[in-house]
Design a binder for this molecule. Structure first.
Ligand code: S3P
Length: 437
C-alpha cells in the first residue's frame, strides 16, 4: 500500500498517540515471567507488540485482552514458560528478537526465533556473542536471524562492556541475567533508554545503575504489577514535526512518555528553534509522562550534538525532515547505527529527501542536510515505518503531491497514523500498492 499526500497543513488540535512500543514489549515479557498478575493499560496494539504477545501465548502464558489496549497477564513465573509448538515469528521487530533471545537463552527448551525479510538482514551477533559468553548455545544464519536457542544450558552472569550503545543489547543481557548464576554487570558507552531497568525494579528486582554500569543481582524473582504505558514519544515526534512546519498551529499531545533517556528529539528540535513545552509533568508509575505543547516555529540548522544520538536514536528520520525544512545547514554525526535499523535510515532519508529536491550528503556515520523547499514526486519508504511517516510529514509541506511507496509497516508502531493525521489536517489517501494517483 502507498500514501498519496497532497500539500496540506496541520491545524491546532489536542491529540493522544498510541502506547510506547519499547515499554509495551517489555511489559509483555516481564509480566509473562513474573509471579502473579500484571495489568497493562495503554498497550500498543501495533504489529510488533502483537508478535510478542502471540509468542508468549505460544509459550503457554495466559494473556487476556480486556480491550485492544488493556491486557491482563497471568504470569507463568520464572520457570513457567513452555516449549512453543512451532518457530516464533517476530515479524519486523528487532526489539522482540533481541530481548527474547536473552529471555529464552536460559530456558529448558529449544526454540527458534524468526522474522520478516527486513528483520532477517539485521545483525544479531551483538546479542549472540555475549550470550554465548554467558553459556548459551545459539545457532544463527551467519549472524542474522533465524536464531535457534538450545535449552538446558547453565547461564553465568558476566561483566560486559557494550561495543555499541544499544538498549536492546543491554536489555537482552539483563533478561538473560534473570536466569543466570551470579550477578550480571553491563557497561554502556552512552546512555540508552532505561525502560528495562525501571520495570525490573518496579517488579521487585535489585538493579543498580552507577557511572555507566548496570548491575543485576543474582537470582531475582519478579512480581506482577500494574503497568501504565505512556504515549510513544517516537510516534508523537511525527505530529510534533508537522505542528512545527505548519503555518500557525498549536498542538497539544497528551500523556506522552518523556523519560530523559528517550527525549533527545525534544532537545535537538529546541536547539533548532522549536517552541516545545512540557506541561503537566507527572510520574504515576515508574515512567515520567507529560503533555507536549508544540507551536509552529522557524527552524534553523546547525551541528547536532553527537551526545544526543543514543537519546534520540529512532527520531533521526524526523530530524532529517526538520533539517531539510530549516534554514541553513544541519550536520549529523555519530549516527552509523541508523544504517542497521529497519532500513539503512541514512540512505533511505537521503534518497527520499533528494527526490524531493533537498541536498543531502552522506558519510559512513553521518549526513549533511541543506535546508530548502520540498518538491512533489514519488519516494520509497524502503519498507520502514519511520521513513514512511517522516516522508509523509515532509510531503505535507511540499509544492506538489507526493506518493510514498510501501507504507504497510506503519502498522508495526503507529496503527491509525493515516486516519489521525487526516483528522488534524493532512491531505492523505491510502492507495493499493503501485496504483498511480
Ligand atoms: C529499542 C532500542 C533501540 C531502538 C528500537 C527500540 C528498545 O534500538 O532503535 O527501536 O526498545 O530497546 P538499539 O538499542 O539497538 O539502538
Amino acid at each position: 500500500m502507498d500514501f498519496l499526500v497532497n500539500p496540506s497543513l496541520l491545524h491546532s488540535a489536542t491529540v493522544a498517540v498510541p502506547g510506547d512500543k519499547s515499554i509495551s514489549h517489555r511489559a509483555l515479557m516481564l509480566g509473562s515471567i513474573a509471579e502473579g498478575s500484571t495489568k497493562i493499560t495503554g498497550f500498543l496494539a501495533g504489529e510488533d507488540c502483537l508478535a510478542t504477545l502471540a509468542a508468549f501465548r505460544a509459550m503457554g502464558v495466559r494473556i487476556d485482552a480486556r480491550d485492544s489496549t488493556t491486557l491482563l497477564i497471568d504470569g507463568a513465573g520464572r520457570g513457567g514458560l513452555l516449549k512453543p509448538g512451532s518457530d516464533l515469528d517476530l515479524g519486523n521487530s528487532g526489539t522482540a528478537m533481541r530481548l527474547m533471545c536473552g529471555l529464552l537463552a536460559g530456558q529448558a527448551f529449544d526454540c527458534t526465533l524468526k522474522g520478516d525479510a527486513s528483520l532477517s538482514t539485521r545483525p544479531m551477533n551483538r546479542v549472540v556473542d555475549p550470550l554465548v559468553k554467558m553459556g548459551a548455545r545459539i545457532d544463527s544464519n551467519s549472524g542474522k536471524p533465524p536464531l535457534t536457542l538450545y535449552g538446558g544450558q547453565t547461564l553465568r552472569g558476566i561483566e560486559y562492556r557494550l561495543p555499541v550503545a544499544s538498549a536492546q543489547v543491554k536489555s537482552c543481557l539483563l533478561l538473560a541475567g534473570l536466569y543466570a548464576q551470579g550477578e550480571t554487570r553491563i557497561f554502556e558507552p552512552a546512555i540508552t533508554r532505561d525502560h528495562t531497568e525501571r520495570m525490573l525494579r518496579a517488579m521487585g528486582a535489585d538493579v543498580e545503575t552507577t557511572s555507566g554500569w548496570i548491575q543485576l543481582a543474582a537470582s531475582q524473582l519478579l512480581t506482577g504489577t500494574a503497568i501504565e504505558v505512556p504515549g510513544d514519544l517516537s510516534s508523537a515526534a511525527f505530529i510534533m514535526l508537522a505542528a512545527l512546519l505548519a503555518d500557525d498551529a498549536e498542538v497539544l499531545i497528551e500523556g506522552v512518555g518523556v523519560n530523559p533517556t528517550r527525549s533527545g528529539v525534544i532537545d535537538v528540535l529546541r536547539g533548532m528553534g522549536a517552541d516545545i513545552e512540557l506541561l503537566n509533568c507527572r510520574e504515576p508509575g515508574f515512567e515520567p509522562i507529560a503533555d507536549i505543547r508544540v507551536r509552529s516555529s522557524r527552524l534553523v540548522g546547525g551541528p547536532v550534538d553527537p551526545g544526543l544520538v543514543s537519546l534520540a536514536i529512532d527520531e533521526f528520520p524526523v530530524l532529517f525532515v526538520a533539517a531539510a525544512a530549516a534554514s541553513g545547514v544541519t550536520r549529523f554525526s555519530g549516527i552509523g547505527e541508523l544504517r542497521v535499523k529497519e532500513s539503512d535510515r541514512i540512505a533511505a532519508m537521503a534518497s527520499g529527501l533528494r527526490t524531493m529536491g533537498i541536498q543531502v550528503d552522506e558519510t559512513a556515520d553521518g549526513a549533511t542536510v541543506v535546508g530548502g523547499t520540498f518538491a512533489g514526486g514519488e519516494v520509497d519508504s524502503y519498507g520502514d515505518h519511520r521513513i514512511a511517516m517522516a516522508l509523509t510529514i515532509a510531503a505535507m509541506s511540499a509544492s506538489g503531491p507526493v506518493t510514498i511507496r510501501d507504507v504497510d509497516t506503519v502498522a508495526t508502531s503507529y496503527p491509525g497514523f493515516a486516519d489521525q493525521m487526516t483528522e488534524i489536517g493532512a491531505s492523505l489517501r491510502i492507495l493499493p500498492a503501485g496504483a498511480t494517483a
